[in-house]
Design a protein around this ligand. Sequence first.
Ligand SMILES: NC(=O)c1ccc[n+]([C@@H]2O[C@H](COP(=O)([O-])OP(=O)(O)OC[C@H]3O[C@@H](n4cnc5c(N)ncnc54)[C@H](O)[C@@H]3O)[C@@H](O)[C@H]2O)c1
Length: 253
Amino acid sequence: MTRLVNKVAIITGSGAGIGKEIARSYAKEGAKVVIADFNEEALNATVAELTAEGFEAFGVKVNVAVEEDVNRMVDDAIAHFSKVDILVNNAGVGDQMQAAANVQDATWSRVIDINLTGVMRAMRKVIPHFIENGGGTIVNMASISGLTGGRGGLAYTAVKHAVVGMTKNVASQYGPQGIRCNTIAPAQIATNFAANMQDMDQFGLEVATRGVNLMPKVGTVEEVSNIAIFLASDESSLINGVALAADAGWSAY
Ligand SMILES: NC(=O)c1ccc[n+]([C@@H]2O[C@H](COP(=O)([O-])OP(=O)(O)OC[C@H]3O[C@@H](n4cnc5c(N)ncnc54)[C@H](O)[C@@H]3O)[C@@H](O)[C@H]2O)c1
């Protein structure tokens, strides 16, 4: 359990779900973790839990859709822990499975602002610091909807494809400066993610879940965090710019 010793990691959306488990698993591997979430109660509870377990955790309230928040998140992390080595862009929301003909502008904007612009701004802010420090690692959270066409709504599918594209762009352009950027593309994982979506588009839901009976299993947050540890650690030093499907082979069919 020493794969991330002396590393400092920011994990967005780490007050719950996948992000919270990534934070805990990174801390277990020796990292100091920055719990970044816009749900203040959840982030405070996560910091308290991890601290009680003997880990070093620092909380920052951030809405990743707000530029000043994202910049402050990185500045506060550096001020608190002196540096940042790992950025996990995990915070994300769903799009009510809205199919193309039913996309609501408000949903489109929200999904773009949080799941796409938030990721861009966090990378834009942290990359100069990584370069100054001689390198760093970014782990983005895409989705199987970033690799396939019909398993989510239009906005969610569009932004997760864009996250895969940004990942490859950053990896190829900043790899020579010691920066690795990879993305995880999970299928369904047991969290509150789906339950957090109200007013589902019934047509979109029906067509997006047509193939769900072929999904071998619903994943756990631990199964995703195992991949996130690997991608953040030196064990994956030869891997840059990949989108790793975490779907038990669902998209291989
Ligand atoms: N659960 C799944 O089935 C699944 C599958 C594929 C991909 N993903 C992706 O994994 C990531 C995490 O999902 P999850 O299942 O853990 O979701 P979740 O809803 O359980 O947790 C998301 C966390 O992100 C926080 N968050 C949401 N919007 C935010 C914002 N604007 N600023 C800061 N924090 C914000 C929430 O407060 C929450 O703590 C998302 O990017 C999601 O798209 C999830």
